[in-house]
Design a protein around this ligand. Structure first.
Ligand code: UTP
Length: 308
């Protein structure tokens, strides 16, 4: 890139917010003691996949919005001196490397508390003192997005946000009967993977949903969203909804919907977590063959398929 083009480019996002202060009720009783974000897919907790995606997109400041029960998330990103010493002394350098990669050098983790679970919008607002007035990313770790061999969803979005100097929200089509589980957008005609958002509504009934394009848990937002969140009254479910503040932002600035390249697993649901586990196990360098065999055996035992 030459000096002239760099002068005209919008800055790249550097800060990412991970709202992880929800109660995780759908995974009770497991989430009585283990935060949802710490549930593993093979050998890494859900939060690690989202963190890696943010770092790959260029973020170096990770802001975790937690609650007083979620010490496990902070502990996970803390340095484990004794463990590292033992792995080193035992010559387990592979494992040592994996433990150290949890938070690479040059990336810092900041923790802020959401005192009460007042909704996703409120959780994002709690990150304001760390974010300041620059555009930032929001990642919901229970949406695991996998783009095998290609750039992560957030990196794709960051490119678009930088090129168009706009906020960007990840979307994907869902069956109409599922609109009541998502934020749904109305957009202009898409230009490739993106289209300008003209309207957004939280969890509309299928009969009145403006489209079947659903928001999934990746956002790049202008810092103006904080002032709009401050003014947002509790909406659906009595919670302060990020969707409602985004609806206000649309009136002031362009916001793009982006259909990312990759597969999204909704790990906030039982089946989504299981499906992600199966897919990652089948693709895992150490256990893929065993995973295939195990799956074939299980299907055969259940009479669903032939094991040959
Ligand atoms: P969810 O709607 O998935 O809620 O929140 P939840 O509490 O995590 O899970 P269930 O539905 O009870 O099983 C979407 C995201 O917003 C965060 C959650 O941690 C999750 O990442 N969130 C939600 C907060 O951080 N604070 C809140 O007050 C609400």
């Amino acid at each position: 890139m030459n000096a002239t083009s760099s002068m005209h480019r919008a800055p790249r996002i550097r800060k990412a917010v991970f709202p992880v202060a929800g109660l995780g009720t759908r995974f009770l009783p497991a989430t009585k003691t283990v935060p949802k974000e710490m549930l593993p897919i093979v050998d890494r907790p859900l939060i690690q996949y989202a963190v890696d995606e943010a770092i790959a997109a260029g973020c170096d400041t990770l802001v975790f919005v937690t609650n007083r029960y979620k010490h496990a998330v902070a502990d996970y990103f803390d340095k484990a001196y004794e463990l590292e010493q033992r792995l080193e002394a035992g010559g387990k350098l592979d494992l040592l490397q994996r433990v150290r990669e949890v938070l690479p050098d040059g990336v810092r983790a900041v923790f802020v508390t959401q005192p009460e679970a007042r909704g996703l919008g409120h959780a994002v607002l709690c990150a304001q003192p760390v974010i300041g007035d620059e555009p930032f990313a929001v990642l919901l770790p229970d949406d695991l997005i996998w783009n095998r061999g290609g750039p992560g969803a957030l990196a794709q979005m960051a490119d678009l946000a930088q090129a168009r100097r706009s906020s960007v929200i990840a979307v994907q089509p869902v069956p109409r009967e599922q609109t009541g589980s998502y934020g749904i957008v109305a957009t202009d005609t898409f230009d490739g993977r993106h289209g300008r958002i003209r309207g957004i509504v939280e969890k509309p009934d299928p009969a009145i949903a403006p489209s079947t394009l659903a928001v999934v848990g990746r956002y790049i937002l202008d810092a103006r969203i904080f002032e709009l969140l401050e003014r947002t009254a509790p909406g659906k479910g009595g919670e302060i909804q990020l969707t409602d503040a985004i609806a206000a932002l649309l009136g002031e600035q362009p916001v793009e919907a982006y259909r990312f390249q990759g597969t999204r697993f909704d790990c906030g649901t039982h089946i989504g977590l299981v499906e992600a586990t199966i897919r990652f196990a089948l693709d895992h360098e150490a256990i893929s063959e065993q995973a295939r065999d195990a799956m074939a055996r299980a299907l055969a035992e259940l009479g669903v398929a032939d094991s040959t």
